[in-house]
Design a protein around this ligand. Sequence first.
Ligand SMILES: [Mg+2]
Length: 326
Amino acid sequence: MPGPLGEFELIAALASRLEAPPDGIGIGDDAATWHPTPGMLAVATTDALVEGIHFRLDWTTPRDLGWKALAVNLSDVAAMGAHPRHALVTVAMAPDRADVVLGIYEGIGECARAAGVYVVGGDTVRTTGPLALTVALYGEVHPDRLLRRAGAKPGDVVAVTGAVGAAAAGLRVLAGDEPVDLSVAAPLVRAHVRPQARLHAGPALAAVGVRAGIDVSDGVASEVMHLARASGVEVEIDLCQLPLHPAAVATFGMVQARDLALTGGEDYELLVAVAPGVLGVAQAAVAPHTGLTVIGRVTGLAAGGRVRYVANGDALGAPGTGYVAF
Ligand SMILES: [Mg+2]
């Protein structure tokens, strides 16, 4: 296998960057095992990142890339209201890129420790194509505390954690097509290369009775549509209520920051539908870590789902709203 390291040396070097699980079987056997928590539902997700498509190593360090590869999966588990537990990692690499892969595993190990996740196995394979990194993540959730896309009901308010638009703005900063003040824009780049999954907020919201949620991986507009479609409801979003990242507004202006939040993606915040009577306790539940901002409401049933956009309560298209993409 790669470069000066043989396959078994490489696996040992990768494993040394990861923490061994306290129970069950981790790296080093033919397969991994763990003890499921009795009564809990298993949750599984996987996500692949391909060089040239999802990342460029001149825009991110291998370490940040490893962090992100696990973090995007953590976000999907959090969006189910679940707790992550174990991960499998598969890397396809050219033989001369062992150093990059070792760096990636530093970041995976760092993110795993921060999340309390154990990487219990995976595979390293040779390729003549671009570097590809696939993480499979397993978690668990109590069956009564599952967040689903299909849970939104008429009368619910729609809310989002944290701030939106930062990661897409960071990508635009990295693209370098326009001069920006890097002292202002640095948090945007960081949001793009090193996202923080809402690991606490997902289960915390589920624990207080929230049942509808999705993570913001593809931009607020697309996630709201997924929620509306799966729930069979009409959602009204007030563009003026979007919690835009202040550095995105400072760097690109209000209108473009809004566009980046709606269509950019990779914020990994959580978008939820909450019964109005639960909103206060839901905001308190996430408050130790983040905010929960109301951005709209579920206005009624609509087969196939529908999303309407307003600005300060006025139907969009009114003069001066500045946003015409819909
Ligand atoms: Mg998702």
